[in-house]
Design a protein around this ligand. Structure first.
Ligand code: CU
Length: 138
C-alpha cells in the first residue's frame, strides 16, 4: 500500500515537472520588444514645462511644434476615442519609423517621444489619417 502511494507521488511529481517543462518551452522568458517600451502616461503625470500636443476630436492642437534635438513632445489624447500619432507616410510610417507608439493611445492618456533626429517631421493620426501635424526639430 505504501509503495503504491509512493509511486503515485512520484508520478504526480513527474507530471508537474513535465507541465513545467512544457510551460517553459512554450512561454520562454519574455524578451523585451519595442512594444514593451511603450508607456502611456496618465494626463496628471505630464510635467509642467512639457511640450504638449492635445489630440482633440478636431485634430492636433497645436498643429505645429518647434523643438530642439533631444527634446520630448507629449501627445495627450482627449479626443474621446483611441488616437495614434505616427510619422508620415501613412500607413507605413517610414519617414521616422521610431516616431510611432505602435499601438493606439487610450482616451485620457498620453504618449511621449524624444526626437533625436533633426528635420521637419510630418505626422498624422493613424486611426484618422486626415488629422495631421508637424514637429520641426532643429
Ligand atoms: Cu498611419
Amino acid at each position: 500500500m505504501a509503495l503504491v502511494k509512493e509511486s503515485r507521488k512520484s508520478a504526480l511529481i513527474l507530471i508537474i515537472l513535465l507541465f513545467f517543462g512544457l510551460y517553459l518551452f512554450y512561454f520562454p522568458s519574455k524578451t523585451p520588444s519595442v512594444k514593451d517600451e511603450i508607456l502611456f502616461i496618465a494626463k496628471d503625470m505630464i510635467a509642467q514645462g512639457d511640450i504638449v500636443v492635445k489630440i482633440t476630436p478636431d485634430g492636433f492642437i497645436p498643429l505645429e511644434v518647434n523643438i530642439k534635438q533631444g527634446e520630448k513632445v507629449v501627445w495627450w489624447n482627449e479626443s474621446g476615442a483611441y488616437a495614434w500619432p505616427a510619422s508620415d507616410l501613412h500607413p507605413t510610417h517610414t519617414l521616422y519609423s521610431a516616431f510611432d507608439p505602435l499601438e493606439p493611445i487610450p482616451e485620457g492618456q498620453a504618449w511621449a517621444f524624444v526626437f533625436n533626429r533633426a528635420g521637419e517631421w510630418k505626422y498624422h493620426n493613424h486611426l484618422k489619417p486626415n488629422a495631421r501635424g508637424l514637429v520641426r526639430v532643429e
